[in-house]
Design a protein around this ligand. Sequence first.
Ligand SMILES: [Zn+2]
Ligand SMILES: [Zn+2]
Length: 266
Amino acid sequence: MTDCVTILGTRGSVPVSGPEYAQYGGATTCVLVRLGGETVLIDAGTGLMALPEAAMELPELPLLLTHAHADHLLGLAVCPYVMRRGRRLDIYLKERGGMDGRTQIARMFSPPIWPVGLEELPAEVCVHPLDGSMTIGNIRIDTLEGTHPGGVSLLRLTSGGKSVAFMSDCTFSECDMPEYVGFARGCDLLLADGQYSPEEWEEHKDFGHSTWLMAARLAGECGAGLARIIHHDPCRTDAILDAAAAALAPDHPNCAFAREGEEIFL
Ligand SMILES: [Zn+2]
Ligand SMILES: [Zn+2]
């Protein structure tokens, strides 16, 4: 199996739809990583609805959740994978706010917010803690706590000398930048939060995200082979992202805005 990352959802905050979002996509954050012969999901935004059939056929699938904000969980509600019997979804989520992972997810997937709980799904859903470093099959997973309301797990997946850093929902502040650069150093692919434009920053600097320039700077300083800016703001149309990409390209040739459906081979 070729090492490949498939972007299933790029959007942050809420999903959007319409022709003005056709290129970069309207589904919220979800990424499928195939690395070292393993298949792992990162986050369960509405992009999870587009899970490829090859992954649907796996009897077991691990899902790393960076945090339990709704835009990273919504896809679980009617995800075709959990609607199949004989499937097992292993969710990894860090304990936060005194709540273990299952309790955090159940806050959203229980009445009156949602009629069906995790234990009522046709598939078996197991929830495990996510902290420090761990392995799933051939993949080593390292985590780093990022700056985001309520906390977020930044992830680095490594196998067979290849690595992918997933760093969405995080403010890459000046003072913390060295730690983030160290975490992502030399990765083959970096996915980094760039929800805001530099012009929007002053008004949004406490929201737990970054600008696309901050994401591009992180990509350059850590020496990522390739980088994709992710967690696009809902108001960001294709035209706006195309213009931002054109402005970034001269100084950051390896850095682009993530597009829904894109497959990135490592
Ligand atoms: Zn988010
Ligand atoms: Zn968030």
